[in-house]
Design a protein around this ligand. Structure first.
Ligand code: PLP
Length: 410
């Protein structure tokens, strides 16, 4: 949804420099059509199979974006009470909300039960116990799946591998059967399915298939014990193209998974990054240029507090000037204003020598961008806008200084 028209970069049919002038910088900019297209690819992939596409809203939980997805019939994959709150508020049906996480508190469990979410993806025996007790107290039954750690190790950044032996996630593979047998004995627990999520930014279908095959073994064993597993929740994790990556489509992913299981199974997918990652970008202004230690720096008004992925995961984001120029290119570091050497957006990039006050687009920052942002260095949270064809809609106001001290008692 990004394209140059003459020398100006557009998102859908809006000139990015106009957004910068009207809404200021730095600002997150999202393409509505891209969000819709990305979701449809999952929906179409599912085809005639019964199931749910649950948007992993930790990737982006802006209410306007959630609303679009809820309107398309998406479910939600949540990891906290706060996310459940946001999703209900945005119009997701509670019967389409799944809830994972290793550290669900009693308050969160109670909140989820009272709001009748679809199911808990349970990550430990003690959590199962807690959910059973709280459901009993509320005189209700909790629908659950166990999140099983299938011990596969996809080739991705170590911080975002979750399905490997020794991570904190899920029920260890060898304890899976026992978990289901334990659940069968609990009065207030209703087993719905099985869940696995092996990691994020995965670029091949093979690890998903291996995980599915391992999960299938457990499903068979559990069903032999008279426990019915209706839903196979395959988690999220499909990668996107940040730079050179070649990414499988949702359909390609599903075509590897569906044949592993019996025909009557229903499926849940929990895509996050592959829905919103390439639909959002961070628009920033060059504040200063300087040379230091023989190196060229472009200092922008976007910092690691706005987009932490480069700092946290050494992630790559393409950086492009929103105005084409014939200026000579030099190797530059694009850095933010934060007082940390780790505050960089991109290093050693061949970028044209652009002037102070010009704008850069930090591409594919829609996932794990705004949701991971903070006020570090007392920088108010930035604005977010949604572009729909020629229209620009403000979906989060830029915060002001007063917001910084809002809840402080001094
Ligand atoms: C983070 C997460 C996802 C989404 O992962 P993506 O790589 O963004 O698709 C899905 N399910 C669970 C349980 C998660 O924690």
């Amino acid at each position: 949804m990004l394209s140059f028209k003459k020398s100006d970069l557009y998102i859908e049919n809006v000139k990015l420099s106009n957004i910068a002038k009207e809404y200021g910088t730095s600002t997150y900019v999202y393409s509505k059509q891209r969000i819709i297209g990305n979701f449809k690819a999952y929906k179409d992939g599912l085809g005639a199979k019964e199931g749910l596409i649950c948007f992993a809203c930790k990737t982006n939980s802006n209410g306007a974006i959630l609303k679009i997805l809820a309107g398309l019939g998406a479910g939600a994959d949540t990891v906290s009470g706060g996310e459940i709150y946001r999703c209900l508020k945005a119009g997701f049906e509670s019967s389409k909300i799944v809830y994972a996480g290793v550290g669900k508190t009693a308050e969160e469990i109670e909140y989820a039960l009272k709001n009748k979410i679809f199911m808990f993806n349970v990550e430990s025996f003690e959590e199962l116990d807690g959910i059973d007790k709280i459901a009993g107290k509320l005189k209700t039954k909790a629908n659950i799946a166990f999140r099983i750690n299938p011990y596969v190790n996809p080739d991705t950044h170590s911080y975002i591998v979750t399905g490997k032996k020794g991570t904190k996630f899920g029920i260890p593979y060898e304890d899976a059967i026992n978990a289901y047998l334990t659940a069968k004995k609990k009065k207030n627990i209703n087993v719905m399915g099985i869940h696995t999520h092996i990691g994020s930014q995965i670029l091949e279908t093979a690890p998903f298939k291996i995980a599915a095959q391992k999960i299938k073994k457990i499903v068979d064993e559990v069903e032999k014990n008279g426990i019915r597993i209706s839903y196979i929740d395959c988690g999220g994790g499909l990668g996107i193209k940040y730079e050179w990556e070649k990414v499988p489509s949702p359909k390609q992913l599903m075509s590897k998974i569906f044949p592993v299981f019996d025909k009557d199974k229903k499926f849940i997918f929990e895509p996050g990054r592959s829905i919103i990652g390439d639909a959002g970008h961070l628009l920033a202004k060059v504040l200063y240029r300087k040379m230091s230690g023989g190196k060229s720096f472009l200092v922008t008004d976007a910092g690691m507090n706005d987009l932490i992925r480069p700092t946290l995961y050494d992630a790559y984001h393409q950086i492009i000037p929103v105005k084409k120029t014939k200026a000579k290119k030099v190797k530059s570091d694009v850095v933010g204003p934060i007082c940390e050497s780790g505050d960089f957006i991109g290093r050693d990039r061949m970028l044209p020598i652009i002037e102070r006050g010009e704008y850069l687009l930090i591409v594919c920052a829609g996932a794990y961008g705004a949701t991971m942002s903070s006020e570090y260095n007392s920088r108010p949270l930035i604005a977010e806008v949604l572009v729909d064809d020629k229209e620009v809609i403000l979906i989060r106001k830029r915060a002001i200084y007063k917001d910084l001290t809002l809840n402080e008692i001094a």
